[in-house]
Design a protein around this ligand. Sequence first.
Ligand code: ZN
Length: 435
Amino acid sequence: MKKPILSLITFFIVSSLSFTSCQTPYEITQDEVTRVVSTLASDEMEGRMIFTPGIEKASQFIQEEFKKAGLEYLEEMDSYNQQFNIYSIAPESMAATLNGKAIDAADMMAMSNSEGFDWTNVADLNVRTIGAKDNFQSAYNEIRRGTGKNLVLVNPAHKDIFNRYKGFSSRGSRVVALDPDNATVMVISDLTAVSSVDIEVQNTVTTQSLSNVTGKITGNRTNEIVLFGAHYDHLGIREGMEGDNLFNGANDDASGTTAVIELAKYFAASGKKPERTIVFVAFTAEESGGYGSRHFSEQLNPDEIVAMFNIEMIGKGAKEGPNTAWITGFEKSSFGKLLQDAVEGTEYTFYPDPYPTQNLFYRSDNATLARLGVPAHSISTTQIDIDQDYHKASDEVSTLDMAHMTNTIKAIAKAAEGMISGEQTPTRVDPTGLR
Ligand SMILES: [Zn+2]
């Protein structure tokens, strides 16, 4: 009697195992691509501007799609929501007395990423000068790159350019971390040295939160990552604008975000563990300073990212014709060449970016990772030189070519196979050659 029961158990084990390994492959279809991109670019998402309910809805939607795909959370996270703080710093008041003489507030500007400071004859103050014959701009840039407490005495000959910079600095700034140890105060003054200093600066700091949406498929090699990313934020609603003032951002970059979602479903459904780990990210705040990719890049070791596919504006046909896409920074690593080789013999082709003067390599989230050495490139298909909808309210779903978009996502899936299987590894980007 025992034997048949055992073989019955064996049968169940074998059949349940074979069930998981025979998971239905996911097909990237035009219907599904249309559904996802239309949802992200719908008026309900209000143009996905940071700090609005619209982008929150978009984040919720992407999280639901990642869940449907069956993605895992990133290390040490308990959701797909990669939340972080950003600090808006607005100057409130400033006063300075140098050598016992008060400085007019109009002749003073302060740059600091904190709630303010009080320098009364501080010992570690660096006093510098910008003389009448010095180049203000290069001196300014050098000082801003430095650290510590800096007081800069600017010769009155530079008053005009000083006022322009003061105009910019009075608008405030946004930072991802407060930094009370480093600050620069510039004053217009004939002085070239100071014996006594009393400077007080106060800022209003507003803390707000931003979120990337992240997920992964753990591979056999947990410390080798292939990354797919696109930004899901856009420009929102422009108050006071005539006519349509809702910037849907269908092409920029609901199209790329759709690709990330579809690739997540595609790779997760393959049923077998990939060799390399695959990470998917929808970045926030690309349009407002790149804070999302900056925060993301600090949460993991960039040396472990083997390649980054940053997908930007793939909703419209490229210059080289149907079934083509272009890659920014083509010469900076072997990433583009590997993609070209991977789709050879198919109807799809990848080209180097045909608009090098537009510096597109530096204009999206890939640049943040490339500066850390990651072969991180943007893939796009939009004719940026003649596109009538770029950063316009007319960037709507009706302008997209869904068949082209679907083909492009499929081509990216095919092109990434060798990197995910570990057979292909692009060369690293040399960060010293980058801006
Ligand atoms: Zn974009």
